[in-house]
Design a protein around this ligand. Structure first.
Ligand SMILES: Nc1ncnc2c1ncn2[C@@H]1O[C@H](COP(=O)(O)OP(=O)(O)OP(=O)(O)O)[C@@H](O)[C@H]1O
Ligand SMILES: [Mg+2]
Length: 499
């Protein structure tokens, strides 16, 4: 448009203040800095932190390609030299030219970057206070010499780390004013230490795929104050009880999006320790859903993108989605790399895929009460018709038959109707609340072990009285759900026949 223009420069101090509240957490901010180290092809990324007499600092040190003195200035520019919509290298984890600054300054008021490349060391500092105190509003970063840097004892010590590597970068956060570690519970120092442990666990999840070789990829190592971060693969261990279902590829604008569904093992199939580990702090109910990885880095975890609600029956389903960085524009990736929405074409395909997946994910739960999928006669039966589900005490089960049959071997219709009323009064609502309480509530049988064993003993002896052979009784036992383990059932049968 051919008209007058006016250059409206933002006030640097005010804009910087506002950008500090973009919504990063300590975890997402650290992950953004580690993204840069991985993009710079680092092999070892070391996060160092000290409480430092209530002047805490955090440093992220990598042995990546480092930056030249010109490179570091570009890196510190808000909205650096690479345009977000321009093609980046296919392994780049960055996009916006902001992360280094916005992530760091969301947590601290002084960001120092020191980098080594081709034997020379360069540095640059953004200091929020210095900007606010400047006589004129300018986007002036500080360019200290190495000698000036050494005057700060924290930085002086960290600088030695660069002697050990041919190239690399140190990002230092000082004046950490956003830690929120003051609380009634525990000292600020111990809260800081705890926050850093939580952050290291977050890195273990977000970057777990970089800790193992995948299709010839480089393996990286992250440590927090010297403790190596353990990868946390949300799809669990590759054991037979974990189902890896048919994968699928969606092609969009010539780029591939890969979808790999998993069904995690039912708690009866793995140790309590492993079951709890993969449930995570928030539990299976919360952690079900899609896990979206951009260039193998986890961006979003445990969401169904509102396609279906999170329910108890789907809680073992987790679906890995791999997206390339070339489709960022379609996924509406956010600056913090902690959110994105699937493009419509992908969303529609996921909607189509979900019914069959969710059916398979439900099986470990519905199988126990369903006759349709199994020949075993369970004590409870799940009946499903016209979108209505009911749980009924199974009149075919031998225990139930014993209960409702009179001395003459006839079904006592009065007893049977009482039983139907009792089973119809099953407190489904409160059961639902209990199971949705996830790993914290364990539902146990009110019957004692010896009561259950006695019932099985009685069943065996009454079958024997009816003239059944041992093999036939065992066959009957295998066809009916009995409340003791198979091994114990075998022992009880032996006891009956061999004393
Ligand atoms: N540890 C590092 N080693 C080498 N270069 C780095 C490092 N950290 C940042 N850089 C350089 O600084 C640039 C700016 O980083 P910044 O995180 O601000 O933006 P980005 O990574 O390009 O995009 P995004 O905002 O999505 O993170 C990077 O593109 C990279 O060239
Ligand atoms: Mg970045």
């Amino acid at each position: 448009m051919n008209c007058d223009t006016v250059e409206l420069l933002p006030n640097p101090a005010f804009l910087m203040q506002s950008m500090r509240h973009i919504g990063y957490t300590l975890e997402t901010a650290l992950a953004d800095i580690i993204d840069n180290s991985i993009a710079a092809e680092a092999s070892v990324i070391s996060v160092q932190y000290r409480w430092n007499d209530a002047n805490p600092w955090i440093a992220i040190i990598d042995d990546g390609c480092g930056m030249s003195s010109e490179g570091i200035k570009e890196a510190m520019r808000f909205g650096g030299e690479i345009c977000p919509t321009e093609n980046r290298s296919s392994s780049d984890l960055g996009r916006f030219g902001l992360g280094l600054k916005t992530a760091s300054l969301s947590q601290c008021k002084r960001l120092t970057v020191i980098s080594k490349q081709n034997g020379s060391v360069s540095s640059c500092i953004w200091d929020v206070d210095a900007l606010a105190e400047a006589a004129a509003p300018k986007w002036n970063a500080l360019l200290p010499s190495v000698e000036m840097l050494k005057k700060d004892p924290v930085i002086e010590k960290l600088l030695h780390r660069l002697d050990e590597i041919s190239s690399g970068t140190i990002v230092i956060w000082q004046k950490l004013d956003n830690l929120s570690v003051a609380s009634k519970k525990g000292s600020a120092e111990s809260n800081f230490a705890e926050a850093m442990v939580r952050a290291s666990e977050h890195m273990g999840l977000v970057f777990h795929r970089f800790f193992v070789m995948e299709k010839g990829s480089k393996v990286i190592k992250i440590d927090f104050n010297g403790t190596v971060v353990e990868g946390m693969n949300p799809f669990g261990m590759a054991v037979p009880a974990r189902q890896e279902l048919q994968d699928e590829t969606i092609t969009l604008e010539g780029q591939k999006i890969e979808i790999q569904p998993f069904i995690l093992p039912h708690h009866s199939k793995v140790s309590k320790k492993d079951y709890e580990k993969y449930g995570g702090e928030d539990g299976y109910l919360h952690n079900q859903g899609f896990y979206v990885y951009r260039n193998r880095r986890l961006i979003i975890k445990g969401t169904w993108f509102r396609i279906i609600p999170k329910t108890e029956l789907h809680k073992l389903i987790r679906i890995r989605i791999d997206i390339p960085n070339s489709l960022d524009h379609l996924w509406q990736l956010d600056v913090k790399k902690s959110n994105a929405s699937p493009p419509l074409a992908v969303l529609n395909r996921l909607k189509e895929l979900l019914p069959s997946l969710s059916d398979r994910g439900k099986r470990p739960y519905t199988k126990r009460g369903s006759r349709a999928i199994s020949d075993v006669v369970y004590i409870w039966r799940r009946e499903f018709a016209n979108n209505k589900v009911s749980y009924v005490i199974n009149e075919e089960h031998p225990f139930v038959k014993t209960l409702v049959t009179n001395e003459n071997g006839e079904v006592d219709s009065q007893k049977l109707s009482y039983l139907r009323i009792i089973s119809g009064a099953f407190p489904a609502e409160s059961f639902h609340v209990d199971v949705n309480n996830d790993t914290k509530t364990v539902i146990v049988s009110a019957a004692q072990q010896d009561e259950m064993e006695n019932a099985v003993r009685k069943l065996i002896s009454s079958c024997r009285e009816m003239g059944l052979e041992k093999a036939a009784i065992w066959d009957m036992m295998c066809k009916n759900e009995l409340p003791v383990s198979k091994e114990r059932q075998e022992e009880l049968l032996e006891e009956e026949f061999n004393g």
